[in-house]
Design a protein around this ligand. Structure first.
Ligand code: SAH
Ligand code: SF4
Ligand code: F3S
Length: 472
C-alpha cells in the first residue's frame, strides 16, 4: 500500500535522444493495492505492441494506475501528472509523441474532472473497462476519452495471456484476482463506488490461469479480492464454490507450493476457511484480516457489521485451527466520533491479539462516502497523535515477532538475488524478507532456513538442507 513513490524523471528531458527502438515503449506505474498491481500486469499483457520501460522519458505510452482510497493517494496523482506532462512536452519538442492514460480508482471516481485538471491526459479509464485499452488508444487519436461506465461484458474474458517469457521475468510469486468489487459499504470507504458490485470469477478460469503460471515457474499464488473470502465463483459442477474449496483445488496444481489470499472481511471468515488453515499445508499460516477499530461504537459507525468480541472470537478459532498462524490487520484512527476511550479500546484489542505486522491510517474523509458527512470529525492533531501511538505499539509487536523467529527453522521461498552478491532473498511463511548466503540456482526453491538474526526489515538465515520442502 504505497502511495508515496516518485516518478523517475531525467534532469534535462529536452537533451535526451531516443534510441531507435523498433517497438513502442510503455511506462506503467501502479499505486494502491495489490489488485491494482495485478491490473497493471494485465494492461501490459493486453498492449502487445509495447515493451515495458522503467524510463518515463522514452515512453510512447504512460499509464498511471491510480488509487483513491485516501486523499493523499488521490492528490498525489495530479502532481505525478505534472511530471508526466513535462516529459510529454519534451518528447514533442523532439518530434515524438506520448499518450497519457489515467487508469484505476481515481479514474473511476473523478472521470471528466481529470481531463479538466490536466490537459495532457488523453484517456481516463476505470478499473472495469481497461480491457478496452487497445481500442481506446486507437480512438484517442481523434479525441480525448473517458471510459468509466461499468462494462456489461466481463473484462476477464477480454484479457490477454502474458507474452512468452513475461511470467518468468515477473518472478516466482504471482497475484491472481479471483473476486472484485464490494457490497459492504463501510462508511469510510470508496471501494464499492470505484470497483462496483461484488463479482467472483468462475473456478475454471482461475484454475487455467494458475496452471499457466505454474508452467512458467510460479510457486506461490496470492488470490486477490477486495473481499476475497466472500468468493463464491461458479465451480465446474455449476454450483458456487467457497474460497476454502477453491484453495483446496489450487493446492493440487503441480508446482504450486504456497497459497495466500487477501483482503478478507471478518464476517466472511467461515468455518470451512478456518479449517482450510488447519488442513491445507500450502495455505500459508499468515492472514491479513482488517479490523479497523477496537471499539464497538466505532465499528458500528463504520458499518463493519461486527463487534470487537466477534473479531476476537475469529482470531481464537483461527489460532485453535492453526496454532502457528500470525496475523496482520488494517486500522483507521480518528474516525468521526472516536473518543479517547474508543481509541483505548483499539490499543487494547491490539495488545490482546499481538500482530505480526499491520497497516494503520488516519481517517481521510472521502467525497461521496457517509463518513465524510458525519458530525464529530476528529481534529487532525488528535488523529496524528493517535496514529503515532498506535504505530509505536504495532512496531513493537512487529519487532517482537521478528525476534521470536531467531533460532527457529522456517521454509523460505527464494525469489531473487539478495543484497550482497553471494546472497539470495526470499520470504518466510509470514512474508518476512529473508537473506541467505546461497547460490542463485536456488531461486524458485522452497527450503528450510534457520533464522540467525533479525534486522528492522529483514531476517537473516542459514540454509539447513539442500532438498526442496513443502510450503510451510
Ligand atoms: N477490502 C479491504 C480493504 C480495502 S482498503 C477490507 O475490507 O478491509 C485498505 C485499507 O485502507 C482499509 O482496510 C482501511 O484500513 C484503509 N482505508 C480505507 N478507506 C480509508 C479512509 N477513508 N481513510 C483512511 N483509511 C482508509
Ligand atoms: Fe471498503 Fe469495507 Fe468493502 Fe473493505 S469491506 S472494500 S473496507 S467497503
Ligand atoms: Fe486503492 Fe482502488 Fe485498491 S482505491 S486500494 S486501488 S481498490
Amino acid at each position: 500500500m504505497d502511495d508515496t513513490f516518485d516518478l523517475p524523471l531525467e534532469a534535462d528531458l529536452a537533451d535526451r535522444r531516443e534510441p531507435a527502438a523498433l517497438r513502442k515503449k510503455l511506462f506503467i506505474k501502479s499505486y494502491g493495492c495489490q489488485m491494482n498491481a495485478y491490473d497493471a500486469q494485465r494492461m501490459s499483457d493486453l498492449l502487445v505492441d509495447f515493451d515495458e520501460t522503467q524510463l518515463l522519458t522514452e515512453a510512447d505510452l504512460v499509464i498511471l494506475n491510480t488509487c483513491h482510497i485516501r486523499e493523499k493517494a488521490a492528490e498525489k496523482i495530479f502532481s505525478e501528472l505534472g511530471k508526466v506532462r513535462a516529459a510529454k512536452r519534451a518528447r514533442r519538442a523532439n518530434g515524438r509523441d506520448m499518450k497519457i492514460v489515467v487508469a484505476g480508482c481515481v479514474a473511476q471516481a473523478e472521470g471528466e474532472e481529470i481531463l479538466r485538471r490536466q490537459s495532457a491526459v488523453d484517456i481516463v479509464v476505470g478499473p472495469q473497462n481497461y480491457h478496452r485499452l487497445p481500442e481506446l488508444l486507437r480512438r484517442s487519436d481523434e479525441s480525448r476519452i473517458v471510459d468509466t461506465d461499468f462494462a456489461i461484458e466481463d473484462k476477464f474474458d477480454h484479457l490477454a495471456k502474458p507474452a512468452p517469457g513475461k511470467t518468468r521475468e515477473r518472478g516466482v510469486c504471482a497475484f491472481v484476482t479471483v473476486q472484485e468489487g464490494c457490497d459492504k459499504f463501510c462508511t469510510f470507504c470508496v471501494v464499492p463506488y470505484t470497483r462496483g458490485a461484488e463479482f467472483s470469477r468462475p473456478v475454471a478460469k482461475i484454475l487455467a490461469e494458475v496452471e499457466d503460471l505454474a508452467k512458467e515457474g510460479v510457486k506461490e499464488i496470492s488470490l486477490l479480492g477486495q473481499n476475497v473470502n466472500a468468493y463464491h465463483g461458479e465451480g465446474p459442477d455449476g454450483r458456487p464454490w467457497s474460497l476454502a474449496r477453491l484453495c483446496a483445488r489450487l493446492a493440487e496444481v503441480p508446482g504450486i507450493v504456497r497459497l495466500r489470499y487477501t483482503t478478507s472481511h471478518p464476517n466472511d471468515m467461515d468455518e470451512a476457511l478456518i479449517a482450510a488453515h488447519r488442513d491445507l499445508p500450502a495455505l500459508m499460516p499468515y492472514l491479513h484480516l482488517p479490523v479497523q477499530a477496537g471499539s464497538d461504537k466505532v465499528l458500528a459507525a463504520m458499518n463493519r457489521k461486527h463487534g470487537r468480541d466477534a473479531y476476537l472470537d475469529i482470531i481464537a478459532r483461527l489460532r485453535a485451527a492453526r496454532p502457528d498462524i500470525a496475523l496482520s490487520s488494517d486500522f483507521i484512527v480518528g474516525f468521526p466520533g472516536e473518543s479517547e476511550a474508543d481509541f483505548e479500546a483499539t490499543l487494547d484489542l491490539v495488545r490482546r491479539i499481538g500482530f505480526a505486522s499491520a497497516f494503520s491510517f488516519k481517517y481521510s474523509p472521502r467525497p461521496g462516502t457517509p463518513g465524510a458527512e458525519m458530525p464529530d470529525q476528529v481534529e487532525e492533531k488528535v488523529k496524528r497523535a493517535r496514529l503515532a501511538q498506535l504505530q509505536a505499539l504495532l512496531e513493537e509487536q512487529r519487532q517482537a515477532f521478528n525476534n521470536s523467529m531467531i533460532g527457529k527453522t522456517f521454509s523460505v521461498l527464494f525469489e531473487k538475488k539478495g543484497r550482497h552478491p553471494d546472497q539470495i532473498a526470499g520470504r518466510s511463511p509470514y512474508l518476512q524478507s529473508v537473506q541467505v548466503t546461497a547460490p542463485d540456482g536456488l531461486i524458485g526453491a522452497v527450503l528450510p532456513v534457520e533464522i540467525v538474526a533479525a534486522g528492522s526489515n529483514s531476517l537473516f538465515g542459514r540454509l539447513c538442507a539442500a532438498e526442496a520442502g513443502t510450503g510451510a
